[in-house]
Design a protein around this ligand. Sequence first.
Ligand code: DGY
Length: 431
Amino acid sequence: MPTPLHSDSSLSAQARDILIKNDRGGYTVPTQGLYPYQWNWDSAFVALGFAAFDRQRAWAELESLFQGQWTNGMVPHILFRVNDPGYFPGPDMWQCDPRKTGSAMPTSGITQPPVAASCVRELWELDGCSPEHPKLRALFPKLMAYTRWYRRFRDPLGNGLAMVVHNWETGRDNNPEWDGPLAAVDTSSVGPYTRRDTSHVNAAMRPTKQEYDRYVALLEFGRARGWDPQAIAQENPFRVLDVGITMMLLRADRDLLVLAHALGEQEAVAELQACIARAEQGIDMLWDESVGGFSSYDLRHDQPVSILSSASFLSFYAGVGSERQRAVQLEQLQRLGQSCRYLLPSLAPGSRTYDPMRYWRGPVWLVVSYMVAKGLREAGHHEWSHRIQEDSRQMIRESGFYESFSPETGQGTGGPDFSWTAAMWLHWCGT
Ligand code: DGY
């Protein structure tokens, strides 16, 4: 095993420095250069990192995220507080007018995994669980509006499974789960554009040009419909029930339920209980016997996607799965643990499209590892939870705070000095 570059205490100091350096004044960019704005799920996880040394700043991160919330309840995936020509596609591409959306600044027109409620619960618990917590009281209705938006516009079957209309919404941008559904997206109207991501990091670690054309085509589709959520939900050429968001939304609703009880919000309690019950009943639609796990579903073509990814294991975090399904998932985890040095790869080594360096086609992402490990621990699978945590620690010790890591060598992939990796060290895997 290579000698760690730094001691754990100096890593904690470095992690704090990264968050402070990436702080743009009340909101944090994921990393300098590659991602120069505020991203939805990044911000929520970053709040957990700040909580380790500055509780006020942690709440401020979530409060600032909700400044971007649309009147209809959606929290966008990017908040454009400044105009940075170093990123594509920026506000001029998305054309989401705050006068129409109700957000405090221009934003993107799509959302991202709704982990904010779960992170708010964690902050509230760190603060001692007071039912009078003013910051919780102020955020609670906004969190409810966000989950209602998902139920209203993104639960087309009424069974609690969450639909996405852009692969960027999943946060797992180029996972092969989206390859089949994306292949049907027409790119003939996409004009010339200049990518910026590949000028910041090695192109071999980013999506391909063909994939990017499809991402842009989907953006242009939503923009042409004025970002009307109803029209997009019905007509979009990419409509997928995402196993990742479905599990994170169910978990968010469970966490919101705890908060609703604490606040004495009886109507919200009943509403959330109904949402949770629906999702618990609906979840079997995502169980795919052929892959031995939960997997996404292509609604447009009415067929399962049939790919096991790291998101499949979020079932533990969501608290779902029969005894047998859980046993099968654990067998899969065992196989993964044998096929690579570091858990949890975003795609199983040996899969046809596996690439240990390319974004979500193999690399380990610590935020997913964190959620999966948390779910496994809660379900009593302490050894697995510990292994995932230890592997995460080791990769940071050897490589630093990269965006993601090769599951084979632990080498950093993507951008350096990454906020959510620093946050995961401070909140979860640092010692
Ligand atoms: C990007 O630009 O790659 C982002 O992941 C989109 O959210």
